[in-house]
Design a protein around this ligand. Structure first.
Ligand SMILES: NC(=O)c1ccc[n+]([C@@H]2O[C@H](COP(=O)([O-])OP(=O)(O)OC[C@H]3O[C@@H](n4cnc5c(N)ncnc54)[C@H](O)[C@@H]3O)[C@@H](O)[C@H]2O)c1
Length: 363
């Protein structure tokens, strides 16, 4: 197999994956975004958020989203040049009008404002309307962690799963995420309320792989291992039955109803370039050193971490992980090895690079 003439890729002898170094991917994704009219500083931020997902092993929400995002720009349903508008409602409450710009920009602006309020008042909140898909929620948790803040990150999303007892999809597989600073490890919970994130089904389809039975139903309501059947008229299954369904409704209340954005099944799928998405988000930053010093808070988190990972293991379990720890380990490995992609994914990114005349990911 021929290789890139640059340091961009290396072929693993063990699998069919091609490993792309994060800085090379970052450069290429930023150039594609800028080539599609995204101002340079915003392109750099969006590229960082996407590559952060790839590095953490969340490659369902990383650079492979670029072709669908660029199609939205080409179809005129996402504005590459727009700047979200921030308004302060009270000293601790902010509202962002996403202006149909990239969701990454509106959410970043909202979290930055929430963090500033939390520094002074202990808590800050941002409600965001008329936004777009912001990928992996954990990059926002990390934005808060970088400022030593705890956080909540909610978003709504397009219909993918039925409400409990319902037949057709209505609610989104909208992730619920929260974080807190720690010592050895931060706490980062970032999960879709479905058994698996829908991005995992798109990824399986892209890669020609099957999905486990139990993730989704086909259009006839039968369990399926075919990602195309799950996406084409099928539904995702909520985790924990009515509880997963209720969590997805909760994401819609806080992100859609409150913000003034679309809700109740009216957010557009990021892969549907026929109309704007109108996604809503809800972000909260909380200062952890309100009742004790930050050092003491971190010590208490460390005690919790050690109690969790040191818990007596069930039969067959080799190691217990703290929420977010698997992704931190993935990041450590991918910073060494590069990010694994398949050739079809590289081809799709290179098609985007070619369209706007920027250097491809591979030669
Ligand atoms: N923007 C959107 O509309 C959207 C929609 C859906 C999903 N997503 C993103 O997709 C990503 C994947 O979501 P998911 O629900 O498939 O995640 P997941 O099931 O892989 O992980 C969910 C959570 O469980 C923790 N976890 C997993 N295995 C663990 C273990 N063995 N021990 C301890 N903790 C463990 C993870 O650290 C994570 O916090 C998330 O980053 C989410 O933000 C985004």
């Amino acid at each position: 197999m021929s290789q890139s003439g640059t340091s961009l890729t290396q072929i693993s002898p063990l699998d069919d994956k091609i490993y792309v170094k994060a800085p090379d991917a970052l450069k290429c994704i930023k150039a594609i975004l800028a080539g599609n009219g995204v101002p340079s500083e915003n392109a750099a931020l969006i590229a960082r958020c996407l590559i952060a997902a790839d590095l953490r092993g969340i490659d369902t929400h990383g650079m492979n989203r670029i072709p669908s995002y660029m199609e939205r720009i080409r179809q005129g349903v996402l504005n590459p040049e727009a700047e979200p508008i921030l308004k302060q409602a009270t000293p601790v409450v902010h509202h962002v009008d996403g202006q149909n710009a990239f969701g990454f920009l509106a959410a970043h602006k909202g979290m930055a404002a929430a963090i500033e309020s939390a520094k002074t008042f202990g808590i800050g909140m941002a409600s965001i309307a008329h936004s777009n898909h912001f990928g992996m929620s954990a990059w926002l948790i990390q934005q808060a962690l970088d400022a030593d803040m705890m956080s909540l990150v909610f978003t709504n999303s397009s219909p993918a799963l039925p409400v409990w007892g319902g037949k057709s999809k209505l609610m989104g597989v909208s992730p619920i995420a929260c974080g807190a600073p720690g010592k050895d490890r931060p706490f980062i919970l970032d999960m879709a309320p479905s058994i698996a994130a829908r991005g995992k089904i798109y990824k399986a389809k892209r890669r020609g792989e099957k999905i486990p039975l139990g993730w989704a139903l086909d259009a006839e309501g039968r369990p399926t291992d075919d990602p195309a059947a799950a996406l084409d008229g099928g539904v995702m299954l909520p985790m924990g039955g009515p509880k997963g369904s209720a969590l997805s409704i909760m994401m819609d209340v806080f992100s859609g109803v409150l913000s003034g954005s679309a809700f109740a099944g009216h957010v557009t799928n990021p892969y549907d370039p026929s109309k704007s998405a109108d996604v809503g988000h809800f972000l909260v930053a909380i200062k952890p050193d309100l009742f004790m010093s930050l050092e003491e808070f971190r010590d208490r988190m460390q005690y919790l971490y050690e109690r969790v990972v040191g818990s007596e293991k069930a039969a067959g379990v080799e190691r217990i992980y703290f929420p977010g720890e698997l992704e931190i380990l993935a990041q450590e490995e991918r910073e060494r090895t590069g990010i694994p992609l398949v050739q079809a994914e590289i081809d799709a990114l290179n098609t985007e690079a070619k369209r706007v005349g920027v250097d491809p990911l591979t030669i």
